[in-house]
Design a protein. Structure first.
Lengths: 594, 387
């Protein structure tokens, strides 16, 4: 057992591990201390100061988040001195804020608003020191930055540095001019930003939000000429409920489908379908690369790395532009879905593709950017017209006046609404790998992957980098070149971990054949478009819901999805075929860091 | 409270009286504990402003187990009205460097830095000349302690020791959370002694004179002599070395122009003492001892003085913590609003309370000390704030 220290908080003795903060110790005995700059995912900053407490023997107040508990400490968390100081601090923060709560996207889900209310900072006694002429940076497809709502807690800066190692956001200037900005104060669309949106989910206020498109979607829904199709990603259904009154980790798939139909979407489809399709294409791509390497002795880029996560794709384009060949050429499920909506779906349904508005409901901020990449027009149209976050969908459901809690379940529409458990688990870190291995192993050996219930547990969980290996034995004749080969796999989530994987590749020391990388910690369930807050406790519950959804599916391998079998029969012909190549695969571009 | 008559002395600025690095050489003949104890016995306190006992700091640093320790000389002399460290580095750099080396030898540090204020970059070649001599000596004496100059970039906040360390590590100069203190976890995470230029020079003199002799200077509370940077309405502006423990009345009589109405003691982070309190105020007791003393005569508007201070703080705060970043702006805007009658005179009382919140909750000495000058000026010169 680690060394313990004993202290007294508000008259209660508490024992914690040495190194834990006074804040941690207080939590342990159910004493709540307000915080703003503190976030479980991030290092301690101690800059907002609202967590101050009285420490016996000190003539200033002590920041409880930044002060380690020490033996014999006597702490008081709610004294007149503490309350006065906290109220003053809240008043100061409010005085440099635009205070336009009524028009704020984060209203009712804002930590500043909550504490300002709690400390009753009404009729603010201080003068406004809000900077004049602040413009909202709307240059990015994904992220809006409004400095007039920023409280300079630096959570976004720490997120971008510690979780993502991108450092797109930084503190600039000092004193009264201190602010959060970008390299050379460039607009958000001209910097290394990957659009992952983790800064948004870690922002306590409305200073960083996703660029919102729901007004345009409503307009399309209301237009009788338009056929509006939405597909929703697997991780939306395990998080959406959080915004609409359900406990964290509740699966609301059926209710979500019903709500979207009631809202007027002409067709509600499942991104899991194109996740399954991704697996077929990507598994085949991997097998081709392996065969080229092992049989034809060609110089192919291995390990192959997944390309489902647009934040990750932009990261590698900026940070490792010489190594883009490692990326799978497969589009992400969102973009495959979009390309097929305006071709296959339109053809089958007999709808003019120019009348179709294709919407993607995603846990992601970067998907908005991805939808607007200039090359994503392979259907002849804008493949995906708009990407909505889970949060925007939640808002739209609220705007519709739907009583979500009491809603009946319904099924996704067809076609492109059928999915498997393999498609579902794309939402959690390790899920793409697991789905790919379920199919690849079957294709290679004709047998199911040798794990209990197909559950490849080594690839699951929140460890930053996970690895596993599988030995192929008794392969089908077509894949005899893999006989006895022990293939090695790795999974990374959070771009700081992606960087480790890439540095290994750059050094020529990567032992892997196939790697899954997701930009966001926890994978899509922890995406930048998910309900706020997100922390490890919440990530775990959403992940559990994903695996429960998987276990409940009658079909749990992508290649057994009847709609997938059918699309190859009717339309695509074969994996990596000409149509696939045209509609489902893409190219990447080298980008600079500035 | 006990005070002594104002007396000019010549300890720190006394000319070199022994062979180069003789004092260091002699110190190295004794035991390390003995030298540290000498410092403790001398009662020497840090001359940068905070006044932490120097010997104790060295003792704690010596107790740390580490493969690497650092000694840093804080020459980021940025407190408005302070210019004594510059003079020290110009006239007796050897005393400063000797002090660093004695410290390094005693605590077991092998690397030292002089963190030099950007505006003093013209001193680099002068200091390097002395460093060359020192390094030659160190080599002969077998002392493994090298010193380099590190240039600051001009931020006031980098005079705060943890902000100074952050800036040396290549980051924004922002104060760290304390604990841990630099003595345990300083430059590059290693135990680090950070002392002011004058502190090192004084330490050298303690070793030269012995604690008993040094202690004869000053009072029980404040030992030794101290450099004062005197500016403002004074016919004797400049750096003066005085025995500690004199009353402000003696000081004003000696250095004022006969019409002194207030003295700012300890720079803008210090206190503004009005004439009526001169008799009962001992410089350095209950006020800071950085050595900046600004003398104001009756022609000066204390509103302008305070406005000037607050404008300085609002600009030089690092901006990371709420009370300091926003508080300094509020105080500045607040006195402007009272002066222009947009806020009633009672608003000043609200601002005094805010200054107290800043003292209680700011992360570092900057925000914590704004209340010193603010409250002392607003309380003592209230009419000047309003009319």
């Amino acid at each position: 057992m680690a060394e313990q220290v004993k202290l007294n908080i508000d008259g209660v003795d508490v024992q914690v591990e040495k190194g834990q903060s006074i804040l941690d110790a207080a939590k342990k005995v159910n004493i709540r201390i307000p915080t703003l700059c503190h976030h479980e995912d991030l290092c301690v900053a101690g800059n907002c100061r609202v967590c101050v407490v009285e420490q016996e023997g000190k003539n200033t107040l002590t920041p409880s988040c930044a002060t380690p508990a020490e033996e014999g400490m006597v702490i008081k968390t709610s004294t007149p001195k503490v309350r006065r100081a906290r109220k003053d601090l809240m008043a100061l923060l409010v005085s440099e804020h635009n205070t336009q709560c009524t028009t704020c996207y984060r209203s009712t889900n804002c930590e500043l608003q909550d504490l300002a209310a709690e400390y009753n900072v009404d009729n603010n006694i201080y003068l406004s020191v809000l900077k004049e002429n602040l413009e909202i940076d709307k240059s990015s497809w994904s992220i809006e930055k409004d400095d007039s709502k920023c409280i300079r807690c630096q959570r976004c800066v720490r997120t971008c540095a510690e979780l993502q190692h991108v450092n797109a956001l930084a503190v600039t200037e000092r004193g009264r001019d201190m602010r959060i900005s970008t390299f050379m104060h460039l607009p958000m669309n001209e910097i290394v930003c990957t659009n992952c949106g983790q800064c948004i989910t870690h922002c306590p206020t409305g200073a960083l939000t996703e660029r919102r498109y729901y007004d345009e979607i409503w307009e399309a829904i209301d237009d009788p000429e338009k056929h509006v199709v939405i597909n929703t990603a697997p991780s939306v259904r395990v998080a959406l409920g959080e915004m609409l009154g359900f406990p964290v980790g509740t699966r609301v798939t059926g209710k979500m489908v019903t709500a979207l139909k009631k809202m007027g979407f002409d067709s509600v489809l499942d991104t899991d379908f194109s996740a399954d399709l991704t697996i077929i294409e990507e598994a085949n791509e991997l097998l081709v690369r392996l065969k080229d390497a092992l049989v034809h002795k060609k110089d192919v880029a291995l390990p192959m790395i997944t390309s489902c996560s647009p934040g990750w794709v932009k990261f590698i384009e900026h940070m490792y532009p010489e190594h883009l060949a490692h990326l799978s050429s497969c589009k992400s499920p969102q973009q495959m879905f979009g390309a097929l909506t305006k071709t296959y779906y339109a053809e089958k349904k007999g709808i003019d593709p120019s009348k179709i508005v294709s919407v993607a409901g995603m846990p992601c901020a970067a998907k908005k950017y991805e939808a607007n990449r200039p090359e994503m027009r392979d259907s002849g149209y804008h493949d995906v017209d708009a990407g909505l976050t889970t949060r925007e969908i939640g808002h739209m459901i609220k705007q519709s006046g739907i009583n979500f809690l009491e809603l009946e379940d319904s099924e996704f529409d067809s076609i492109m609404g059928e999915s498997t458990g393999a498609g579902v688990i794309f939402g959690a870190t390790g899920g793409v790998m697991e789905a790919a291995l379920r199919t690849a192993y079957f294709v290679i050996t004709g047998r199911p992957v040798p794990f209990d219930n197909l559950n490849i547990t080594p690839v699951r969980g929140l460890k930053g980098i996970k690895e596993t290996s599988i030995k192929f034995e008794n392969c089908l004749p077509e894949y005899s070149f893999l006989e006895g080969v022990e293939a090695k796999f790795a999974i990374a989530h959070g771009l700081i971990n992606a960087r480790q994987i890439m540095d290994q590749i750059v050094a020529g020391e990567s032992p892997y054949h196939f790697i899954e990388i997701m930009a966001c910690p926890g994978g899509c369930i922890g995406g930048g478009g998910q309900p706020i807050p997100t922390n490890d406790e919440i990530r775990k519950k959403r992940i559990q819901a994903i695996y429960d959804e998987d276990m409940n599916k009658p079909i749990r391998m992508s290649h057994e999805n009847p709609e997938i079998i059918k699309i190859y029969e009717d339309f695509l012909e074969k994996p990596l075929g000409e149509k696939s190549h045209h509609l489902l695969h893409t190219k990447y571009r080298k980008r600079k860091r500035y | 409270m006990s005070n002594i008559k104002l007396r000019k002395v010549d300890v720190i600025f006394s000319p070199y009286s022994v062979a180069p690095y003789e004092i260091l050489k002699n110190a190295m003949k004794r035991s390390k504990d003995e030298v540290v104890q000498e410092l403790i016995d001398s009662g020497l306190r840090g001359r940068g402003g905070a006044g932490f006992p120097t010997g104790l700091k060295w003792k704690f640093a010596k107790q740390q187990e580490s493969d690497q320790k650092y000694v840093i000389c804080n020459a980021d002399e940025g407190e408005p009205g302070t210019f004594k460290d510059r003079k020290l580095l110009v006239e007796v750099p050897r005393k400063v460097i000797s002090g660093m080396a004695i410290c390094a030898w005693a605590v077991g540090a092998s690397k030292g830095y002089i963190y030099l204020r950007r505006e003093y970059r013209y001193l680099v070649s002068h200091i390097e000349e002395e460093l060359e001599l020192y390094h030659k000596f160190a080599k002969e004496a077998g002392l493994d302690f090298k010193i380099e100059i590190f240039m600051g970039a001009g931020a006031y906040i980098c005079g705060e020791e943890t902000a100074l360390i952050e800036s040396m590590e290549g980051r924004r100069g922002e104060p760290r959370n304390k604990p841990p203190f630099p003595i345990k976890n300083g430059y590059l995470g290693k135990p680090t002694v950070v002392n002011n230029v004058e502190t090192f020079a004084s330490a050298t003199m303690v070793c030269r004179m012995g604690a008993d002799e040094y202690k004869k200077l000053g009072t029980d509370d404040q030992r030794g002599s101290k450099l004062f940077s005197i500016s403002g309405d004074s016919p004797k502006k400049g750096v003066h070395e005085l025995e500690l423990g004199m009353s402000l009345e003696d000081f004003a009589n000696e250095f004022g122009d006969g019409d002194t109405k207030a003295v700012q003691v300890g720079g803008v982070a210090g206190f503004c003492i009005p004439k009526k309190q001169f008799k009962t105020t001992i410089i350095g007791e209950g006020n800071t001892t950085g050595g900046s003393t600004m003398i104001f005569n009756s022609t000066r508007s204390m509103y302008n003085v305070l406005h000037n201070y607050l404008d300085f703080f609002a600009e030089e705060s690092c901006g990371q913590c709420t009370p300091c970043r926003v508080g300094t702006q509020q105080l500045l805007k607040g006195i402007e609003a009272v002066k222009s009658k947009k806020k009633p005179p009672e608003y000043l009382d609200q601002l005094v309370k805010l200054a107290e919140t800043m003292r209680l909750t700011s992360k570092c000495g900057l925000g914590q000390s704004v209340t010193n000058s603010f409250s002392s000026i607003v309380k003592n010169f209230r009419e000047e704030m309003i009319y």
